[in-house]
Design a protein around this ligand. Sequence first.
Ligand code: ANZ
Ligand code: ZN
Length: 739
Amino acid sequence: MKSYNHSAIEKKWQKKWGKNSYKTPDVKKGAENFYLLTEFPYPSGNLHVGHWYAFAVPDILARYLRMNGKNVLYPIGFDAFGLPAENAALQRGLNPRIWTYGNIASMRKQFASMGASFDWSREVVTADPAYYQWTQWLFLKLYERGLVYRKKTNVNWCPKDKTVLANEQVKDEKCERCGTEVEQRKMEQWNIKITDYAERLLTDLDALDCPEEIKTAQRNWIGKSTGAEIKFEIKGASFNKTQGTADVLSEIVVFTTRPDTLFGVSFIALAPSHPLAKEARNLCAINPANNEEVPVFVADYVVDDYGTGAVMGVPAHDERDREFALKNNIPIKNTDFASTEVVEKFSTKKTQYKLHDWVVSRQRYWGVPIPLIKCERCGWNAVPEKDLPVKLPDIKDYVPTGDGKSPLAKVRKWVEVKCPKCGGSAERETDTLDTFVDSSWYFLRYTDPKNKKEFAARKKMSAWLPVDFYSGGAEHTTMHLLYSRFWHKALFDIGLVADKEPYAHRINRGFILGTDGQKMSKSHGNVIDPDEEVKQVGADTVRMYLAFIGPYNETGSYPWDKGGIAGIRRFLERVWRLQEKIGKCEAGSALLHQTIKKVSEDITALKFNTAISALMVLSKAFENEETIAREDFGIFLRMLAPFAPHLAEELWHENKYNGSVHKAPWPAYIEATTQTESVTIVVQINGKMRGAFSAARGVSEADAFARAAGLPEVARWLSQKQIQKRFFVKDKLVSFVAS
Ligand code: ANZ
Ligand code: ZN
């Protein structure tokens, strides 16, 4: 027998399948559509093990569902704009476009080595004008709807990346992209009003089919608080009020979640940027409930962009207030709680969210140009639809400047345009859009990627949406996942999509760590290069190993284990040798039916690891048999096909089964046969019954002989004689001829 030559087999089948074998029609007769989505990658250059985990493992589900008669869309594309690609290009002194598209070309090749069943005909690259034309168009729809506004606010500035970041892109006060500590700057930026959707983003979470950890993280990020606003007048300001010159500075409004502690207030604390902060020391506020005068302070713990930026200090009930009071010699008042009646008299109910609007302008080159034009006379105008896309010009000097403007600002020929309204001289916006805008709708484009007239035709979208299954990284829970839910809701309100939520079911997959249990990184020297592994053990082994590493629907982290991968490789070699045993014998054992049942259920539950274990158990049982029924081996290959698509196809073809294993239907099991009944097996020596034992129905010949020989009575007989012949009648009889 030839030995298992993975590289020849994998090359051969990848060539045969070609790029177009998984072209997915929008309608397939008799087949239900299933949209299987995995977050598209950044074109960082090389596929790492994380990419394999993200794309090769869901491919198991894609193939399984197809064999179960579903019309499965499993698309792929590239999230090509943005900081990571641009930074990597800058580090190498390369043009971001050349770098990015070069990476895409090599990643396409690497993806092919995975044997993943992507529909390449639907590929989407966000940096292509044919794609970002529609990013701009959709952005302008939100603009028309009043969901985009320009405002000077405190923003997060990354001094290394020289750009503004959204709150979601700041983790522990550091830039999510480069790890540099962010600074607060007051800058005018384009914002998207995601806060208008805070309540709906929150309430619609309840009905979503996704892990509780995602819901909790989004709930916390949105951070709803119900409380009240209470006005404290400033002593002496009442005079101005009666004179009719009252302004906002005659009172301090606080936001509190505990209006019932009003009698315990012993000070007011203002955020450092509160309009009254400078005069705070000289102010005295009046508690509206008892007319007591309380001092006003400025305190760092009061956040300026939450609530009203002012807090009523209740040291008896609030930890931070107590700390502040003790430090500043402020009395602590232990008083009764205010009655509901008092609370209602002096406060106005108020709901507050931690969520901020989404700052979407970036002072960087490599992104979608914001399609707006500023005219001195008419103000901001949208670029007319007929002039879209506003193409990103090819320029030489794309290094971020750090002066608060994108490098595009220097391209005067591009910047200077005619005002679309009055025809006078005007200027383009030179900032580009946050990458998370690009990725907020890419899954819509997959449904109709070549459309030149619309971002996607309604009919095409309704064939596929909402996404049936979406897998991605936990790091996107409060970024991409929240943004795209918002984006979809906004499009729904504008009437551009039919569903309120984009994804019917979402999971966060886990992480693959280095062999040392640490995050894989060059600095730890623990990076596994998938190309190298594929060369050595084959794509089928790598795929199957990653599927075997743990359940896919839990966000665990799994260290790469050399022993584990060797074990999978040995398993596939044993499978290879099983073909020798194909022959004529009884088919359809209880174990076979149990395995079909288990593998089907486990794949559906994303427990690929235990599905593989079940296949291993079945293959062991095959090894113990003299022959494997042809039909049984065919069933085994069909179950193997989603996991090890190349090997399964080769064995299927070499042993003359019909067509392609990937076009064969998923095997069915008979429930009754899965029930392991026990049978009594009689043991005869020279035609006389000498014992019996009970065993599971379908027990193998080898096991049965071993069991029989172990019976004390039989052992005694056999020790005195030489065995001449043995017979086995399945589930009934073990017989020895001895003399
Ligand atoms: C009096 C009080 C008494 C409060 C008490 C709490 C407990 P969450 O749940 O986060 O909404 N607060 C209000 N605005 C603030 C700001 N800009 N920066 C820092 N703290 C602020 O918490 C709301 C509570 O946090 C408010 O209720 C206020 O303190 C404080 F026993 O008012 B409380
Ligand atoms: Zn104008």
